[in-house]
Design a protein around this ligand. Sequence first.
Ligand SMILES: Nc1nc2c(ncn2[C@@H]2O[C@H](COP(=O)(O)OP(=O)(O)OP(=O)(O)O)[C@@H](O)[C@H]2O)c(=O)[nH]1
Ligand SMILES: [Mg+2]
Length: 298
Amino acid sequence: MTGVEQRPYRAGFGCFVGRPNAGKSTLTNAIVGTKIAITSNKPQTTRHVIRAVLHRPESQLVLVDTPGLHRPRTLLGERLNDLVRTTWTEVDVIGLCIPADEPVGRGDRFISGELSELKATVLAVVTKTDLVDKRRLAEQLLAVSELGDFAAVVPVSAVSGHQVDTLVDVMTGHLPPSPQLYPDDMLTDEPEQVLVAELIREAALEGVRDELPHSIAVVVEEMIPEGQLTKIYADLYVERPSQKAIVLGHRASRLKEVGTTARRQIEELLGTRVYLDLHVRVAKEWQRDPKQLRKLGF
Ligand SMILES: Nc1nc2c(ncn2[C@@H]2O[C@H](COP(=O)(O)OP(=O)(O)OP(=O)(O)O)[C@@H](O)[C@H]2O)c(=O)[nH]1
Ligand SMILES: [Mg+2]
């Protein structure tokens, strides 16, 4: 016995769940310190399970960003919910995200009920605390803590950074002693091609409304590195010709803007200059069509 207590290295998986738009992806990015998951003010932005890794000297927290759980209206919606529920069974710690600025609702109660049957440790995370005053936050913390039997209730703001480190400490505290799971420096295991497609989709979501955000899908067909330049050929899918017209804009002016915004982000990601060739195509009702879904990677 040396008398010096050594804490074991801990590593494991965590995930944030919650209604669409609760701030799960923004929080995941804030914790890892890099933009890995795309975010937007449209519900159901996340469509893939994305892993983002936080490396610390004494721990490794692998965050699995999942789509928002919702009442599915299409085959795509059902597939997304399935992804979420599979993830729940595979992680060590779950953070149920509830925005500080919205009343606790039926959706939250429903999700909380499902979580209580899992073996993972469940925390409640009150997100977007920068949007409310102290009194409102106190009320929300109380309402949330009455929602279920949580190991902790943590208020956090991904935008101001308030309490982000505290949340990480709480989550890693619930990870098992384990050897490192991912190599040093590895921030995500998502293929570059997918990250690029997501950045294009994020740019395309900007400024579109109603059903259109749900109808947009992006596939990167080819990425060709040529020295300091990467040539990227990508297709942006919509479900109807009328949507194609909106995405293109007058004389393709909207599409050009989308391309410019996406290109800047992709250049940052890849660290090279980027030539982006973007085409808009119609895949009729792809959200409901198993064959099309497969083609689009779902
Ligand atoms: N003010 C503020 N806004 C936030 C915060 N976190 C997220 N948001 C905003 O909330 C919106 C939704 O954020 P996302 O991270 O995309 O939400 P999500 O839960 O991943 O949504 P889905 O992927 O659709 O399920 C975006 O407009 C974010 O900018 C926060 O801490 N403060
Ligand atoms: Mg998301």
